[in-house]
Design a protein around this ligand. Sequence first.
Ligand SMILES: NC(=O)c1ccc[n+]([C@@H]2O[C@H](COP(=O)([O-])OP(=O)(O)OC[C@H]3O[C@@H](n4cnc5c(N)ncnc54)[C@H](OP(=O)(O)O)[C@@H]3O)[C@@H](O)[C@H]2O)c1
Length: 374
Amino acid sequence: MTETGETGETGGTTGESRVNDEVWVVGATGRVGRGVTARLAARGLTVVPVGRSRERMAAAGTAAGLPRGAKVVVADSAERIADEIVQGRPRVVVNTMGAFAATAPVIARACMPGGHYVDQANDVVAVDRLLALHDEAVAAGSTLVTGAGFGVLATEAVVAKLCEGRPVPHRVRVDAVGSVAVEAGVLGAALAASIVDALTAGGRRYENGRLVSSRLGADRRRLAFPDGESATSAGVASGELLAAHAVSGAPFVTAASALVPTGAPIRALLPLLGRLLSVPALRRLAVARLGRAPVKAAPRPREHSWGHAVVEWADGTRRAGWLRAGDGMDFTADVTATVTELLVRGLGRPGAWTPAAALGADLATTAGGTFVLD
Ligand SMILES: NC(=O)c1ccc[n+]([C@@H]2O[C@H](COP(=O)([O-])OP(=O)(O)OC[C@H]3O[C@@H](n4cnc5c(N)ncnc54)[C@H](OP(=O)(O)O)[C@@H]3O)[C@@H](O)[C@H]2O)c1
């Protein structure tokens, strides 16, 4: 159900000639969606909020600085949003609605041919499914970018920097330590689904070039940040793992996150919890309950969010580096807005990519991060 505003058909290539100048933000009332909508509106782009309620989309648009009465699109599922995209032909669709393993392929396919797609997925299944659309995207002249947030980019960009101009390394480890201020309210279904999916996926790592199962919470490590603070991270199956493997080509890769509980009792329970939550009815219940869980406002626990990578070569050479960012949510909105603007300007290569693979490692600094390299 679209409320029509003014659109102009533009573009150069065959695919692009079928799209207009609009950027649609799916989930514009959400935390990432609000940040992205405001940043894109401030950059003068034609932003269209997309979501379940006309009133809330209009209010989100106005709060983000869009003109009163600006176009909104009302749709309440990935499939209905896809139908609207096929009709409306926006140049870029930003998907912040979450549950990316299910929603990303549906929405990304609707953008083709010629339209581009961006999301913030960071789980193995969702990132893998989106990257599987590579050949379709190349044929369609569309650029699809997944993991456009603190996770994946904060670690992928460091690996890319450390590997620049060097032979393929033997081993890579990445660690993501986001620092995020909590907003008062409820946790939200999108974040709840991400947490439950991480628990059910268990752990993964690359061994001899093969993606294999490992224990969620394995490879625990204490990290000392360049600013003197510290945190503990542990292994998780993440989009960061896939990106670190793809960007380095290393046969042995592990990825860890400070979000994984590292206390001994809870770590021991994680496999059982994961198996329970794999039962569809229990998963739905857990996502619904967790999504409604009240959360209190809290400042971010550390000044910086950190992406970390250690790269080792067969000859014993070892390099380590960091990406320093501020609040992880703000950085995520900055990354998505930066990727989106570059895609609007036609700077993405056709295909399905993680962010640094699509647009280069310096995307992380354009989005406000700082490299601290050996
Ligand atoms: N990669 C990273 O570093 C990173 C960082 C932050 C977040 N994320 C991920 O990004 C996603 C969004 O996070 P968030 O904190 O912004 O979530 P959120 O605040 O819950 O926002 C989700 C948005 O999607 C909308 N939505 C949900 N289901 C919908 C449906 N069926 N139809 C239409 N709209 C729907 C919601 O609309 P309503 O208002 O109608 O509910 C809301 O606007 C999550 O998956 C999160 O895990 C990734």
